[in-house]
Design a binder for this molecule. Structure first.
Ligand code: FAD
Length: 563
């Protein structure tokens, strides 16, 4: 009866074979669908914490994870050079002082392997695996409107009923491969950075093409270049990247950070980007030129994505942004030998920071190597892939391997793959046809007790996502406690609250430079995706205040449904 033990509903009539080979046909009533308080989908940073937090407050929880292990992003993205771009000491759980005191990060920006080790260590320490079903994809979540229970169905045919569903499916977990004619005819090796082989890849002596120069391309290209005999980098959009300045962390430095964690985390939760480095207090052009330059230099040395937060007006004022851009361009021209290549590598179509600034180690310097060639597919588009390589409007590039570093269907991609039906059978996919609709990024009207973590409508990828996930999980867990203590069965955003939130998101975005780039924040990298700025860009601290205020007011904007 393994089906029943796994929680599947057996068919009404079934044949069973005993150990002697005798077949018995039994007629029976369908077994009831097993029930838990909450189903969590995904076992990355967000899902693991959701399991721990909800379980700690007495809920029964089932987690389904498509991958064979924990880790999410850090399970899949094993490409060479994969690292976090928020400092390791900040890009880790803050909810348990024991965890943050016990774990020792070895470098300023941890490698994928170290982050995955950390997540496995957390999963062991908190005994999380016993409630996670791995290698299992959730295909659908259907609401029964009379009982307000969700039926969650997996690709293995298992069904579980739950009062709450928490979608911890990841903002960057639906990888994109462009539809290039002839890809299936290619005779060499094909890889995607987001589905990198566990055993790694040896490119020694090979001719390699990397398609894409977003974050994954920028991190992997210098290391692939170290091995490859010939590397062609196919660039559609040049991107801003700031050196990581990565280095080992000393024992003294770590001890100091650990001693200061309470304040470091307090500042991070109140900051614009979820890290403890706050912007200079004055607008860019009010700061004298020498001091301004020194401030940019300080951020440059700090490394990475926070360069876009040097001054408070950098993402709202084109003049201020131009100052940052000028500083950045000087730095790049100084390290790229060929001025024509430098010109190709410097973005000319969007303000700095309007797309996520990447964090690299020797990316631009890589193009000084004679065996590395930059191909602008904006000038000479890729027309096809054939058995031996890549065809552009101008040339044929013979290669042994192609690496797609082409990113994700961000924010909505993973949710869109699940058939989610709420009140009246309305599909989430239909409700979001013109762009994602949420209140606070936490839920949508018509979908009671269905929560999203770091989904569209929240700061998500604009802030440290570990702290973002913690903030969401805590808010959801507190809301569930509130429901139970006050005799409510369910919580659901009102249509007005959703509409008002979307208007607020749009209005906040319109007052920034974010809308001046064809970025994945706007869905611009996915053919046919509605062009909507999907994030709350008012800052992580401001957003946390809004969510806290909503909760403190008895969940204004939400309909609370009596039990
Ligand atoms: P994920 O880690 O994406 O996990 C989601 C999980 O859900 C996946 O394991 C997936 O298999 C599972 N899943 C999805 N759909 C289903 C389904 N239908 N059924 C079952 N399982 C499902 N953010 C930062 O803040 N700082 C950084 O430095 C940073 N670096 C990054 C580097 C890379 C290379 C990438 C790709 C992303 C990076 N991010 C960074 C963003 C990163 O995605 C988040 O920080 C964080 O890991 C997200 O955790 P999560 O649990 O929300 O989602």
């Amino acid at each position: 009866w393994s089906q029943a033990r796994r929680g599947c509903r057996p068919a009404a009539d079934e044949a069973f074979t005993n150990s002697l080979g005798v077949v018995t046909v039994t007629t029976m009533d369908p077994a009831p669908v097993p029930h838990v308080d909450a189903v969590v989908v995904g076992a990355g940073f967000a899902g693991l914490y959701a399991l721990h937090r909800l379980r700690s407050q007495g809920l029964s929880v089932r987690v389904f994870e498509a991958a064979p292990e924990v880790g999410g992003t850090w399970y899949y993205n094993r490409y060479p050079g994969a690292r976090c771009d928020v400092e390791s000491v900040d890009y880790c759980y803050s909810f348990s002082d024991e965890l943050q005191q016990e774990w020792n990060w070895s470098e300023k920006y941890a490698t994928q392997a170290e982050i995955l080790d950390y997540l496995n260590w957390v999963a062991d320490k908190l005994d999380l695996r016993r409630d996670i079903t791995f290698g299992t994809r959730v295909n659908s979540a259907i609401l029964d409107e009379t009982t307000l229970r969700w039926t969650v169905r997996t690709d293995g045919g298992e069904e579980v009923a739950a009062r709450f569903v928490v979608m911890a499916t990841g903002a960057l977990s639906a990888a994109m491969t462009p539809d290039i004619p002839g890809l299936d005819t290619f005779g060499g090796e094909v890889y995607h950075t987001a589905h990198w082989p566990q055993a790694g890849v040896d490119f020694t002596g090979k001719r390699v093409a990397v398609i894409g120069t977003g974050s994954s391309g920028i991190q992997s290209i210098p290391l692939i270049a170290e091995q490859a005999a010939q590397l062609y980098v196919f660039q559609r959009t040049p991107n801003y990247s700031v050196p990581a300045g990565n280095r080992p962390l000393s024992a003294e430095e770590l001890a100091e950070i650990k001693a200061g964690y309470p304040e470091r985390r307090r500042v991070s939760f109140r900051s614009g980007g979820g890290s403890p480095h706050v912007a200079h207090s004055s607008p860019t052009l009010e700061v004298p030129p020498a001091e301004r330059r020194a401030e940019f230099e300080k951020r440059w040395q700090l490394g990475g994505v926070l360069f876009s937060k040097t001054f408070p007006d950098q993402m709202t004022d084109l003049g201020a942004n131009a100052e940052a851009k000028r500083f950045w361009e000087e730095k790049i021209r100084a390290v790229v030998d060929d001025p024509q290549v430098a010109e190709l590598l410097i973005p000319d179509d969007h303000p700095i920071g309007a797309k996520r600034i990447c964090t690299d180690s020797n990316y631009f310097q890589t193009f000084n190597s004679p065996h590395v060639q930059l191909v602008s597919v904006r000038r000479t588009p890729i027309t096809a892939i054939d058995a031996t390589g890549i065809v552009t409007t101008e040339a044929h590039f013979d290669v042994d391997a192609i690496v797609f570093a082409t990113g994700f269907d961000a924010l909505t991609g993973s949710l869109g793959k699940i058939d989610i039906a709420g009140r009246g059978g309305e599909r989430l996919a239909d409700d979001w046809a013109a762009g994602p609709r949420t209140y606070l990024g936490l839920g949508d009207d018509g979908f009671p007790n269905l929560f999203m973590i770091t989904g569209p409508g929240s700061p998500a990828v604009l802030a440290n996502m570990v702290l973002g996930a913690e903030a969401h999980v805590d808010w959801i867990a507190d809301a569930i406690t509130y429901l139970d203590e006050n005799g409510y069965a369910a919580i659901e955003p009102t249509p007005d609250a959703v509409d008002n939130w979307l208007a607020e998101l749009a209005q906040r975005a319109a007052s920034t430079l974010f809308v001046k780039a064809d970025s994945w924040y706007l869905g611009a990298n996915v053919p046919g995706k509605p062009r909507v700025f999907m994030l709350f860009c008012g800052g992580f601290g401001v957003y946390n205040d809004i969510c806290a205020d909503v909760a403190a007011s008895g969940y204004k904007g939400f309909r609370l449904i009596p039990a």
